[in-house]
Design a protein around this ligand. Structure first.
Ligand SMILES: Nc1ncnc2c1ncn2[C@@H]1O[C@H](COP(=O)(O)OP(=O)(O)O)[C@@H](O)[C@H]1O
Ligand SMILES: [Mg+2]
Length: 261
C-alpha cells in the first residue's frame, strides 16, 4: 500500500494512533493497520479483500507443525506463521501443545508464572471436568491472533490416556479425536489454527495430527536429520494405520494452495 494512500486512509479514520518522527516519517501500529484493513473491507474499495476471512463454504485450516526431533525449528515456524497470517488479516489461533512451552514464552507468557492450572489445552481435552475452550483462549498483542498457552500440565494427557483407554465406555471420545472435538467449539471465530507440537510422537501429537488439515514438518537440510524425518514419517503412518483400524479415522489433509496466503 502506498504511503500517500495510507495517509489518506488514516485521515478518514479518527481513532488511529499514528506516531510521527521528527523527520516526518509516520509509523502505524499493528492495531492501526488492523483498523485500516477493517475499514477498507467495509467500504469495499476495489475487488481486493483486505480481511480475508473464510466464507461459510471454506473449512477452518488446522496446521500442525511437527517432527520428533527437538531443535528442528517447529516453534519458530509456528510463531512466525501465526503472526504472519494474523498480520495479513486472518483470524488465527496459536496453540502451544509442547509442555516445554517455548511458543508461549515467545508470545510473552511465562509457562511457570503466567499459566495456571487448566489454562493450557489440557484443561479442555482432559477426560474429566473439561473446561470450555472459550475460557482458555487468550488475546495477544496482535489483534485477531489468539493463544492457548502451554506448560508442564500438558504431560498429564500422556499419563491419563492409557488409563482412559482401559476404562473406556461406549460414546467416550478417543484420545485422537479430542483436539478436533474441542476446536469445533471455537471454529466459527477463526480462519487458521496453528499447533506447535511436542518433539515426540505421543498422544498429544497424534491428536493434533488427526485434527490437522495440513501438516508442516520442519527439518534441517542435513543427511542425518532427513533420515530421522523418514523414520518419523514411517512411524507416523504405522500409528495412523493402527488408529484408523480402531476408530474410523478420517484424516483429511487439504494441500495449501500456493496463493492461499
Ligand atoms: N529457519 C531457521 N533458520 C535458522 N535458525 C532457525 C530457523 N528456525 C529456527 N531456528 C533456530 O533453531 C533453534 C531451534 O528452533 P525451535 O523453533 O525452538 O525448534 P523446535 O521447536 O523444533 O525445538 C532456535 O535457536 C531457533 O532460533
Ligand atoms: Mg519447540
Amino acid at each position: 500500500m502506498k504511503e500517500v494512500y495510507l495517509r489518506q486512509l488514516a485521515n478518514e479514520l479518527e481513532d488511529l494512533q499514528v506516531s510521527t518522527s521528527p523527520t516526518g516519517r509516520r509509523s502505524y501500529s499493528v492495531e492501526d493497520m488492523h483498523k485500516i484493513r477493517k475499514h477498507l473491507d467495509q467500504v469495499g474499495r476495489g475487488n481486493r479483500r483486505y480481511l480475508p476471512h473464510r466464507r461459510d463454504d471454506e473449512a477452518l485450516q488446522i496446521i500442525s507443525v511437527m517432527n520428533f526431533k527437538g531443535g528442528s525449528g517447529k516453534t519458530t515456524t509456528a510463531a512466525h506463521l501465526a503472526q504472519y497470517l494474523a498480520l495479513r488479516g486472518y483470524r488465527v489461533l496459536a496453540i502451544d501443545l509442547d509442555p516445554q512451552a517455548s511458543l508461549s514464552t515467545l508470545f510473552g507468557n511465562q509457562p511457570e508464572t503466567d499459566v495456571g492450572v487448566n489454562e493450557t489445552l489440557y484443561g479442555a481435552i482432559r477426560y474429566d471436568d473439561a473446561r470450555p475452550m472459550g475460557e482458555i483462549v487468550r488475546a495477544t498483542y496482535i489483534p485477531d491472533l489468539h493463544l492457548i498457552p502451554g506448560n508442564l500440565e500438558l504431560m498429564e494427557f500422556e499419563h491419563d490416556t492409557p488409563r482412559a483407554l482401559m476404562k473406556r465406555k461406549v460414546g467416550d471420545t478417543m484420545f485422537f479425536h479430542r483436539i478436533s472435538e474441542v476446536l469445533d467449539q471455537v471454529a466459527p471465530n477463526y480462519d487458521v489454527v496453528v499447533i506447535d507440537c511436542p518433539p515426540q510422537l505421543g498422544y498429544l501429537t497424534l491428536s493434533a495430527l488427526t485434527a490437522a488439515t495440513s501438516v508442516l514438518i520442519t527439518v534441517h537440510p542435513q543427511m542425518l536429520d532427513v533420515m530421522s524425518m523418514n523414520q518419523f514419517l514411517s512411524m507416523t503412518s504405522d500409528l495412523l494405520r493402527e488408529i484408523s483400524s480402531h476408530g474410523a479415522l478420517r484424516l483429511q489433509l487439504d494441500a495449501l494452495s500456493r496463493d492461499a496466503f
